[in-house]
Structure formats: C-alpha cells, structure tokens
Design a protein around this ligand. Structure first.
Ligand code: AMP
Ligand code: FE
Ligand code: FE
Ligand code: ZN
Length: 294
C-alpha cells in the first residue's frame, strides 16, 4: 500500500476553469502549495481535461495531484454530486455519461439565459459562453459571473440566492445519471466513488438516507462529511451514516477560486483515508510528488 506521510495536508475536492472554478488548473495547484496542501484532488464537474496541467504543476511544486472528477447525478430531480478518484479517463461508458451531462448542460444553460433575458436581465448566450471559455463544463456559476459583471449582483452567491435558485422560475434542470448508475460506472472505470456534500441542504434539496444506502450497496466508498455546506447537524448525520454503512469519511474545501468563499484546506481528509482511496483506485496510476511507496 502507498504510504502517505502522517502529517500530510490533504484536500480532495477542487475546481478549475475546466468547469466552474475561476483559475486554470496550474494556478489551483500553485494556490494549494501556498496554502500548505501536500495532496490535492482536481475534481472538475463532468470533465477530466485539467488533469495533465495540474499534474505537471504538482510535480514542479511538490504537490501530489490526485486525478478526479465530480460526476453530476440526479435523483428524482434532486441534484447529487459524486466524486470519483482515479478513474480510467478512457473508459467509454463513463466518458459517454459525462459527455451526455455536459451536452445537456449546454442546452439547459441556453434555456436559462433565454428566460432571464426575456425578463430583462442583461445576459446573453454569447457573453456566458465567452466567459466560460471553450470546453468548460457549463453551469449556473457562469451565468452568475455575467450577471455580476453586468452589475446585477455583487457576487455569485447573491445570484444563486435569487434568480439562479433551484426552486426559482429561471431554473432549468439538465440530464444526469442516477447516483446508483454513476456509482456503478465509476467503479467499472476503476475509480473510487465518494458522495460529495451529501446533506448540504443550504444548496437545495438533498436525498434521503435510503439513496445513500443504495449507493453503498452499489459500492460507494465514502462520504464527504467535512464540507462547509454541512451545518453541525448535517455533519453529524453524515458521519453516523458513514460509520453505519462502513464508508470512508473525507473532508475537503470544494475550492472554486474567487468564485466562492471556500478556502483551500479549510476541511481535510486523514492520511489513512487517502491510503485506502489510493489502494482502491485502479483506473489511473498515481505518479505525483509527495507520496512514497510503502
Ligand atoms: P449547476 O451545476 O449549473 O446546477 O450549478 C451548481 C454549481 O453552482 C455548484 O457546483 C457550485 O459550484 C455552484 N454554486 C452552488 N451554489 C452556489 C452559491 N451559493 N454561490 C456560488 N456558487 C454556487
Ligand atoms: Fe461547482
Ligand atoms: Fe459539488
Ligand atoms: Zn464541487
């Protein structure tokens, strides 16, 4: 088993410009180094295009970069996020599902922009696509950024509280696989599935415990218990459920650069947990700095 130094600072959830973060992958890694992070995972939404750049930066800066992806899922209209560590990026079934979500996110984004523009909000598809940049997994944060730039809101967060809210009149959903299907796909691709912020009710509706149980039956490896979007009760609930279902407990920042207040390493994962994730991941070899073979 790969041994991870016991004093390692480990942050397993970050985003770059490849999805809805605000910095290129190399900058995320540089910021992680500055924050004292030894091991970070790059987990852009539904895309793995940032891995190579992040890995190269990690080698230069002595940060071990765990390749990951945050898979969009949907359960009866409730948005669920599944972190996948070390999946085979060439796996056809997983790739197909990520591409289907990404394509649907584009159609959905254009619809949301149309609805907003029709009500007089200063936003256009051209501006949003230009701001997101080519190839980025599109999401509501990109619409928020244009509304911020055009002076409607001071920060992304305010846009989410009003016009971008999931229960608001401008919200349009997009295609995403079920959480159980996504868990199976990640496992089949040799990845390690960990459910992101499972009970973050401040973001919108969350799934009942039964869905997490079904995911555990399908091979879910862990729950992201320590996340800023969990209140104390939600953390406690997630921790109990993880221990009852025999799941690993992870913690991370969900860093999005300046797009969110989340700071790198504000929540972290224990080295023993990372060792188990690395041992379980067979889809992609981890070659980065900061780890030593056991
Ligand atoms: P979408 O995937 O398009 O439905 O948008 C969800 C994304 O928006 C999440 O991945 C978060 O990064 C981001 N997000 C959710 N709530 C907020 C918020 N209050 N402020 C800033 N970003 C948010
Ligand atoms: Fe995000
Ligand atoms: Fe998420
Ligand atoms: Zn995330």
């Amino acid at each position: 088993m790969t041994a991870v130094r016991p004093d390692s600072v480990i942050d397993l959830h970050t985003h770059s410009l490849c999805s809805d973060g605000r910095e290129p992958p190399a900058t995320v890694v540089r910021e992680a180094a500055r924050a004292g992070v030894d091991v970070m995972a790059l987990t852009d939404h539904d895309v793995v295009t940032g891995w190579a750049e992040a890995d190269a930066a990690g080698r230069e800066l002595g940060v071990c970069v765990v390749p990951g992806v945050e898979v969009s899922c949907s359960w009866r209209g409730v948005s669920v996020h599944l972190l996948a560590y070390l999946p085979d990026p060439q796996d056809q079934a997983l790739r197909g599902e990520l591409e289907a979500s990404r394509a649907s996110r584009e159609t959905r984004l254009l619809r949301m922009v149309d609805l907003l523009a029709a009500d007089g909000y200063p936003v256009s598809a051209e501006e949003v696509l230009e701001l997101a940049g080519p190839g980025a997994t599109l999401g509501r944060p990109h619409i928020a950024d244009v509304l911020v730039r055009n002076g409607v809101f001071p920060v992304r967060d305010r846009a989410f509280e009003s016009v971008l809210a999931a229960d608001g009149p401008y919200y349009v959903s997009h295609y995403a696989p079920s959480p159980v299907r996504a868990t199976e796909l990640v496992l089949a691709a040799g990845g390690v599935p960990v459910m992101a912020h499972p009970f973050a009710s401040a973001r919108g509706r969350v799934v009942p415990d039964g869905v997490v149980e079904e995911m555990a039956d399908a091979g879910l490896a862990g729950l992201e218990v320590d996340h800023r979007d969990h209140g104390p009760h939600e953390r406690e609930h997630a921790a109990r459920l993880a221990s009852r279902l025999g799941l690993l407990r992870t913690g991370s920042s969900d860093y999005h650069g300046s797009g969110k207040p989340n700071r790198l390493a504000e929540n972290t994962t224990r080295p023993q947990v990372l060792e188990q994730i690395i041992a379980a991941g067979t889809g992609h070899r981890l070659l980065g700095a900061g780890l030593r073979p056991g």
